[in-house]
Design a binder for this molecule. Structure first.
Ligand code: F6R
Length: 610
């Protein structure tokens, strides 16, 4: 959800800013821009609607340079994605601001600023920040003080980077909500919303906390907390390597990330299982005491991560005998749920920065739910810092906007949690052994399913001219079908919906005809025969079926029934493995439709606004 990069150095920072934006583009890509302060030339701004490549092309035509600058790639919230609304926003050629987040009281501030004679050039909420900082500077404040006064007047969420031509030797950053980090160099320092942006220049970071203001000069960084006191924030070293965010031989990041799943899952499991047991220590030193108190589980998450939660509910209740509720975080946070102090709140998030998930976790704490365990992929994220227990998914950076390896590693991590909690309840040690054995087999089974790539590719050809599709599953496969439908709609723009197969005859069957492909997930499980009856209902109505079925499921191909035979596997890992052909189907349908797969329209990777 928008990306910020800032740099102050002895050298020209423009290449650092542009490379940083390129690495952050997955977060938002409606428009891109930068502003540099360059001695006598003052403030130079270049911005454009569209992607970082368009900004790069502009910079080729009109090069700018400077030893201090801020840059931004935008995911529009206030105002359409055009040049006027692109960041940085400038006030009176003096102050430039980049901003992630949403200022809720911007209309009031804007009215006040207009009364004071400020003119506005955009529809954004960000421009009020620039004018307000300018106002405080005019009243005699220095830049840090002007930022403090301004942020004190803002309601909402922000991470900002600010430069002022009258103080050409500093960048000021401030955070309340969306992430903001300071990158540490030697004689040069950086600001960013995501470590990935700065990996080519530094791996050393300070994570700012809510209410912090950071002052970056070439030779020093000073962080002030919300009360204005100078504070030390602990330095951390990112484990990201520069090539972890490269696309390599693959055509798209999404394709690369689909094929990385066996390795990602192996990493998620590493050091967390031993012999035939799940190691409780994997959840942290406090896990034992917390797990001993847990009587139920409340999962909160959004989108794909929510689907992972729905799969896990089946496991928590069916395997472990633990009552489990799962809710979309944006609903949970406003619903006034009845708190249960003995419920473990499980937050699932790839980015660890999803605003609704963070708010749901904070809300759950406030009203009296039990401790929070997070399943997260981004180690430096807010959710990690706010949780009592954390299980990192270790999928590596996920750049494609459509979540793939994050989902399958979340499921892997959740199954570990189900075992750790379940052994205190209904899960026998034989079941634990069986699950651990199946988990061990997962990377290999995923490899075998990825080898079906060409077959899925050929099936996808039949989707490219379709406008709608239905996805069916039963039991634990229903959320898998939901995930398949979400993947298809978000990257190919084909409208897709998932139903529990038993619901077909209660309405959606009316939609079935030869133009409505129906995709079904059919492992060899207890619900297979029921599912087959549902598929017959589709066939009898002239529907075209695409069944991803276990080799031994006995689903026979016919002109209207296309079967992808999936190798047999342990029953507990089927939701993880059956997701993979659905990802490939969506991917190839989108390739054939020629959509922008890694950056689908209107979406952004990390949703740090409500
Ligand atoms: C879909 C997708 C989104 C995210 C959702 C939550 O492919 O990626 O639905 O799953 O925005 O994001 P995280 O997991 O970062 O909290």
């Amino acid at each position: 959800m928008c990306g910020i990069v800032g740099a102050i150095a002895e050298r020209n920072v423009v290449p650092i800013l542009v490379e940083g934006l390129r690495r952050l583009e997955y977060r938002g890509y409606d428009s891109a821009g930068l502003a540099v302060v360059n001695g006598a030339d003052g403030l130079k701004r270049v911005r454009t609607p569209g992607k970082v490549a368009a900004l790069d092309a502009l910079l080729e035509d009109e090069p700018v340079q400077g030893g201090l600058g801020i840059a931004h790639t935008r995911w529009a919230t206030h105002g359409v994605p055009n040049e006027a609304n692109a960041h940085p926003h400038i006030c009176r050629d003096q102050v430039a601001v980049v901003h992630n987040g949403i200022i809720e009281n911007y209309a009031e501030i804007r009215a006040e600023q207009e009364r004071l004679g400020y003119e506005f050039a955009s529809d954004t909420d960000t421009e009020v920040i620039a004018t307000r900082i300018h106002f405080h500077l005019e009243q005699g404040a220095g830049l840090v003080e002007a930022v403090r006064k301004t942020t004190g007047e803002l309601e909402g969420a922000y991470a900002i980077g600010v430069v002022d031509t009258r103080e050409p030797d500093r960048i000021v950053g401030a955070r309340m909500g969306p992430p903001l980090l300071v990158g540490l160099g030697v004689g040069e320092h950086f600001l960013t919303s995501d470590v990935a942006a700065l990996i080519p220049v530094t791996q050393r970071f300070l994570v700012l906390e809510d209410g912090d203001i950071a002052e970056l000069e070439r030779d020093r960084v000073t962080v002030y907390d919300r009360s204005g006191e100078v504070v030390e924030r602990e330095e951390s070293l990112s484990e990201l390597s520069a090539d972890a965010v490269e696309r390599g031989q693959y055509r798209h990041y999404m394709q690369k990330e689909i094929f990385e799943q066996p390795e990602a899952i192996a990493n998620t499991l590493e050091g967390r299982i031993h012999g035939s047991r799940v190691l409780e220590a994997a959840f942290g030193p406090d896990a034992k005491a917390i797990f001993n108190r847990v009587q139920s589980v409340q999962i909160v998450a959004c989108g794909t991560s929510f689907h992972a939660g729905l799969v896990a509910r089946n496991w928590f209740e069916g395997l472990a005998g633990i009552p489990c509720n799962v809710e979309v975080a944006s609903e949970f946070r406003y619903r006034h749920p009845v708190p249960r102090a003995d419920a473990l709140v499980v937050a699932i998030s790839q980015s660890g920065e999803t605003a609704d998930t963070l708010a749901a976790v904070r809300g759950a704490r406030e009203i009296g739910f039990g401790p929070v365990l997070s399943i997260v992929n981004a180690p430096e994220s807010s959710l990690v810092r706010e949780s009592d227990l954390v299980l990192m998914t270790r999928a590596g950076p996920e750049i494609g906007v459509a979540s793939t390896k994050a989902f399958t590693t979340q499921l892997t991590a959740l199954l570990l949690l189900v075992v750790a909690l379940g052994r205190r309840r209904a899960l026998s040690s034989e079941s634990e052994h069986r699950i651990v054995e199946q988990l061990r087999s997962l990377p290999g089974v995923c490899e075998r399913v990825l080898a079906l790539d060409e077959h899925v590719h050929s099936l996808a050809g039949r989707f490219a001219d379709k406008h709608h599709a239905l996805f069916l599953g039963r039991g634990v496969q229903y959320p898998v079908a939901m995930e398949g439908a979400l993947k298809l709609k978000e990257i190919s723009y084909i409208h897709a919906e998932a139903y529990p197969a038993g619901e077909l005859k209660h309405g959606p069957l009316a939609l079935v005809d030869a133009d409505m492909p129906v995709v079904a997930v059919a492992p060899n499980d207890a619900l297979l025969e029921k599912l087959k009856s549902n598929l017959e209902e589709v066939r009898a109505r002239g529907g075209e079926l695409y069944v991803f079925a276990d080799q031994n499921a006995g689903v026979r191909p016919s002109p209207s029934v296309h079967v992808l035979e999936v190798p047999p596997m342990g029953e507990h890992i089927t939701p993880i493995v059956y997701t993979i052909p659905l990802q490939l189907l969506a991917y190839y349908a989108a390739v054939l439709k020629g959509t922008d797969i890694d950056q689908p329209r209107n979406l952004a990777k990390s949703v740090t606004v409500e």
